[in-house]
Design a protein around this ligand. Sequence first.
Ligand code: MD3
Ligand code: FE
Length: 203
Amino acid sequence: MSTALPIDHRVGYLDAAAQARLLQAIQAVVAEAPLFVPRMPRTGRQFSVRMTNCGPLGWLADKQGGYRYEPVHPETGKPWPPIPQMLLDIWEDVGGGAPPEACLINYYGQGAKMGLHQDRDEEDFSAPIVSVSLGDTGLFRVGGKTRKAPTQRYELASGDVLVMRGESRLAYHGIDRIVPGSSDLLPEGGRINITMRRVHKPD
Ligand code: MD3
Ligand code: FE
């Protein structure tokens, strides 16, 4: 029998007050580093998700340059703002190890989704990826290390944390859709997902 790789899903990790504080910190990041629309390499097709980053490196994607990490925002040319202390504390609490170098912020409006993919733009797969969800629930799908492996669905609600390490670090995963109206944290609705990562091996 084959099943999807197990994942470490910490339901309700952040209480309502902590979610509100984290949202404020994210709004401050977005004020300095506006959300942008990434594009698929080669085709130039737009993602339905909007993104920004904080930390020394940020992930981005465009038609010409492909998927990569860069130290500056693609539109403002400014360095990404620092990672809020609250997020660094979560990373440490879950045993992340050497501090995260990149923190990607994804915003899902109504109808946004993210197709099944692997995260392999990092050099260090031994470090975990730690994700925090805010706002509307996301229907998350995770499978195995090949695209055809069976998948399992989880509901990622506001305040939930996921820690992907070991085998699951290279699992295929995606967001099928968000559930409109499932949270009132964001006045405009939608979902924010934050992922902290190591990009390089620590020296
Ligand atoms: C499982 N983000 O940013 S977060 C991504 O909700 C991404 O926005 C989704 O996939 C989102 O790359 C999912 C949870 C997550 C993040 C990284 C993973 C799950 C993962 C890496 C490996 C396996
Ligand atoms: Fe991913």
